[in-house]
Design a protein around this ligand. Sequence first.
Ligand code: CA
Length: 433
Amino acid sequence: MIEKFLSKKIELWLVLIILILFFIGTVLFGGLVRSYLIAGNRFGVLGEIAIFMAELPTKPAKILNNIFVSKYLSDQHKFIDVEEETFFYKKKSRSDLGYVLISRHDDLTKTNVVELLDLNLQNVIYKWQNNSHDTIDHPLLLDDGSLITKDYSSGNLLKIDKCSKTKIINDNNFLHHSTELDADGNLWIPIRYHPNSKTSQSLGLDNIGFKDDGIAMFNLNGELLYKKNIFEIIVENNLEDIIFSNPPSLDYIHLNDIQPVLEDGKFWKKNDLFLSIRNQSIIMLFRPSTNQIIWYKKGPWSRQHDVDIIDKTRISVFDNNKSNKLGITEFNDYIIYNFQTNKVELPFSETFKKYKIATPTQGLSETINDKEILIEESDFGRLMIVDKNSKVLWQFHNKNEKGESFILSWSRYMEKKSLNNITELLRNSNCSG
Ligand SMILES: [Ca+2]
């Protein structure tokens, strides 16, 4: 029956008409996809269908990625015999300390959670259930008690309200790493370009699997307000030499932090951005309003994460790779760079060595005051507050009953005054039903 159908003869004119229609359809499809990518969707449902079909080949990879790549267990379990959590100061003795917002996989309940820890009361005062299908990096707490964050595997922008109801507020961009608010209340988050930007294509950096990073600004409703590719920034500032001295790789940039400048300083202006470009070991100060790179520095940090502004003249950088001759990370560091003196300080090096704090990837530091910092050793699930004399004030290990460690997904230190109204709102929230 099928054989008979398949060997049926058809007129040549019909074949020609089918070929012509196929050709016209292909041209129209190509035109719709091209228009969508260059100018956004101007053709309504037709545009949506075209881009959906164009993305079909990448969808199975995305689904497989969601199933297999989600990985919470640490590679090493360094804290098997250590207490899960210890405070080395008395309860209610440090009213000057604020809160830590912790994003982690909880192996006890097999769920991903976000917790708000009160460092003075020494307990978790609020907990959000993360209902996305993966860990969420660097959640940001908003005034209404909701969290803004991104799902690790899909890269979608999420809003988790105070009752843990999760809503995708942007799924058109692949977002990754840090989540920060600027002085105007907009979000800055690293994105990955799909397809690759014209600039990286013109530089010959468009191999399959190439990670083409950029910066993006969203409002709190998830609408994209601005985006810019890192290669564009570099080429338009005539600074190709600073990165093309290294041989190209598929992950040539690896943007892992965008830190917005909240107020003018002597060396930067409000709404400038500090960018951490890990795979070039570069920290850069970029001014979106004029499209200028104001300053950049390659090292002394290496494969760093997390640049923060300490005060009007200093920044801190979490340095990942103090590696030995075998390329193994022996310990991390917290580097202060002073723009006034052009000098580098390493006030916590001994602490990092003493406690063997050595996350090969991820990791962050937060300046609490002149003497104390928060450190997240993300890959091994350890959080610590330490002082300049290598004294530990608090330590937390994200581990299960067997002592196995689980990764942490970027904590945030929050000052007390920034949270006064929010804690009250959270305490009074009624989420039942
Ligand atoms: Ca930062």
